[in-house]
Design a protein around this ligand. Structure first.
Ligand code: FAD
Length: 277
């Protein structure tokens, strides 16, 4: 590899215009890109000086600047209080302190990887992202990043992750089951959310990560249970359906059948807790 030029843009506009240069690569925390820089790369665009490392809220959203690190999120007061502290809890489950100091949330969302934490969180919290392209910026659903139109780090920069505050009164549940507590190689990562009113389900999201590149959800199941009273029988039905859905992703895999039983047990644990509220 022969890197001839390294840029440290300090505006998003400048960074986006540099993305257009031939054989260039955008680098944020470098925890993923360091080993994956294409051989023909000549230009490195480093995000270090970009003003996108903030965490704040406005009337509608909790806003994570895409340059925020897992360490910042773990320690931030908004992240440890809103959504039952879900984002801080999840950030603390990422690898080692060294990686958490460097890894950014923008880099985590830029490429799908089954073990990445932020796709599961975004899926559970119906997150949006702000992206900047040449000459304009726009807000899209996080899922649109992967439909082929936008190529993060190539034709656009992710600048913000937006988590809707109207969900902040919901109940949340995050668990990562792995060989050791902060292992990269998790068996499963789940992020569940429920809106319960007078024992009835108003909204449910059971998002399961590490089972495939995009987190697994069963939209039909989530729709079927709206308006139903939460009780032992319903919990059994929901968790069995979630187990079957995960199982069907890789029918003959032993590790996947273990993951499916984890999905069942963790969703039972979450939903049983809701009955007690
Ligand atoms: C040892 C180890 C353990 C890890 N453990 C975990 C773990 O437990 N959980 C987990 O989720 N991840 C884990 N990761 C994966 C990695 O750390 C994360 O995906 C991280 O968030 C990537 O962010 P980064 O800033 O380092 O991205 P970089 O490596 O700098 O960039 C990654 C890619 O994303 C693009 N990119 C970066 N920022 C943006 C942006 N703002 N807009 C558009 N494109 C962008 C870059 O161009 C590049 O292609 C681990 C990695 C390592 C090496």
């Amino acid at each position: 590899m022969k890197i001839k030029k390294i840029y440290f843009p300090n505006t998003v506009r400048e960074a986006v215009s540099l993305l257009g240069k031939k054989n260039s690569v955008y680098i944020a925390g470098s925890t993923y890109s360091f080993k994956n820089i294409p051989e023909n790369t000549e230009i490195a665009i480093c995000g270090r000086d970009l003003p996108i490392s903030y965490i704040k809220k406005d009337q509608k959203y909790l806003i994570l600047g895409a340059g925020s690190t897992f360490d910042q999120i773990e320690k931030n007061k908004l992240c440890s209080s809103l959504f039952d502290g879900l984002l801080s809890k999840a950030a603390s489950a990422c690898s080692s302190q060294l990686i958490r100091n460097m890894a950014t949330v923008g880099g985590n969302l830029a490429h799908l990887n089954a073990f990445n934490l932020f796709p599961v969180l975004c899926s559970s919290l119906n997150a949006n992202v702000r992206i900047s392209l040449k000459g304009f910026s726009k807000i899209i659903s996080w899922k649109e990043l992967y439909l082929g139109r936008y190529k993060p780090g190539i034709n656009c920069l992710i600048t913000e992750l937006l988590f809707p505050l109207n969900l902040s009164r919901n109940k949340f549940y995050f668990k990562k089951v792995s060989k050791i507590k902060s292992s990269w190689d998790s068996y499963i990562t789940v992020c569940f959310r429920a809106d319960i009113y007078k024992k009835k389900i108003k909204d449910l999201r059971l998002s399961v990560g590490a089972v495939r590149a995009l987190p697994y959800i069963d939209e039909a199941l989530e729709k079927d249970v709206i308006g139903k009273e939460i009780n032992t029988e319903l919990i059994k039905d929901i968790s069995s359906r979630l187990e079957s859905g995960v199982l069907s992703l890789h029918a003959n895999s032993e590790i996947n059948s273990y993951r499916a039983s984890l999905a069942k047990n963790l969703s039972t644990d979450f939903l049983s807790g809701l009955m007690e509220d």
